[in-house]
Design a protein around this ligand. Structure first.
Ligand code: SF4
Ligand code: SF4
Ligand code: SF4
Length: 310
């Protein structure tokens, strides 16, 4: 029996839904698992039922699974307690492994982001700053970070959300005492579209434009979307969204990859590598709009983002 503690930090709960989407596989695994803590499914009061405790309480477990990145002081506290209370810590989902979409806020300062959200919009009735007024909210940190930027992480399962096949592989490997076999190459590596080596479009398309394909034909009869002039992030994104057997999800729906599995590895830099991908098919990287936002949409927690000048 393996004990598991699960937590969600700056998370939308999509990763927990992916966990439940294991379906019958989860039923097979459950006899060997004991969830001792999982706030998304079972009520939990960090400081006791009536707030009578002064320290945050999470039970000890062999495996800790955390979704979401670190955005405020409470997330940071929960993360440190989870690290202390669990033997193996797993980062589940791209928010936990790379910061995810919320880390796009690292493009600007927390103060200006709050100003924009709470007071700066034409449709916003100006209200008090939640960080400086007595709102009893956890104070926001200056950045949104991935877990590994604060504590040691033993296993990363990227994806927004991760495919249930890889969650099952990770849990199965932990039960068997072996290293999990997770995908390590790019989305392009599992993409069945055909490639000619050069672009068929003189310029980059807006993402809402329609690519050329015959709906009666398979994906292998569709030209690579990057070659068609669409900013497909397959070349700089980690493979895995199709599970063990499927094609990349977005490509299967005939739309470009947006990069939700994050970088192929911690040593790659999408901003640099995508210059090569675009120019290799004859497209002009300089013509690409919103490069920072687009290429860092899911991994903005890393140092690849620089603050924009105000
Ligand atoms: S990785 Fe995606 S699904 Fe998971 S918490 Fe973040 S936004 Fe939600
Ligand atoms: S760039 Fe996109 S469409 Fe082309 S091979 Fe890679 S994932 Fe497939
Ligand atoms: S194709 Fe890209 S954006 Fe779409 S699910 Fe796969 S990794 Fe995510």
């Amino acid at each position: 029996m393996v004990t598991i503690a699960e937590e969600w930090l700056n998370s939308c709960s999509g990763c927990e839904i992916a966990l439940l989407n294991l379906g019958e596989t989860l039923l097979d695994l459950l006899p060997d698992l004991s969830f001792v803590h999982i706030p998304v499914l079972a009520d939990n009061k960090y400081y006791g039922q009536t707030g009578e405790r002064s320290a945050l309480e999470i039970p000890k477990a062999q495996v800790g699974i955390i979704s979401g990145g670190v955005r405020n002081e409470e997330h940071l506290e929960v993360l440190h307690v989870m690290r202390k209370q669990t033997d193996i810590l797993v980062a589940l989902g791209t928010c936990a492994t790379e910061g995810g979409i919320p880390a796009l806020a690292n493009l600007t300062s927390t103060a200006s982001m709050r100003e924009m959200v709470y007071r700066g919009q034409p449709s916003t009735v100006p209200g008090p700053d939640p960080d400086t007024e007595a709102h009893h909210l956890p104070r926001m940190l200056e950045r949104c970070d991935a877990l590994h930027q604060h504590v040691a992480v033993d296993l990363s399962i990227p994806g927004c959300p991760p495919h249930p096949d890889w969650i099952a592989e990770a849990i199965g490997a932990l039960l068997a005492g072996r290293a999990p076999k997770l995908p390590s190459r790019s989305v392009c590596d599992g993409c069945p579209t055909y490639r000619t080596g050069k672009s068929s479009s003189p310029a980059l398309h807006r993402l809402l434009d329609q690519p050329a394909y015959d709906a009666d034909q398979g994906l292998d009869a569709m030209q690579c979307l990057l070659e068609q002039g669409f900013m497909c992030l397959g070349p700089v994104t980690r493979r895995g969204c199709g599970g063990r057997t499927g094609s990349p999800r977005c490509i299967s729906a005939r739309v470009p990859c947006r990069g939700c599995y994050g970088r192929i590895s911690a040593h790659t830099m999408p901003m640099v590598d995508y210059v090569g991908a675009l120019t290799s098919v004859g497209q002009n990287f300089a013509a690409m709009p919103d490069k920072q936002g687009y290429l860092s949409r899911f991994d903005g927690s890393e140092a690849i983002l620089k603050k924009l000048e105000d």
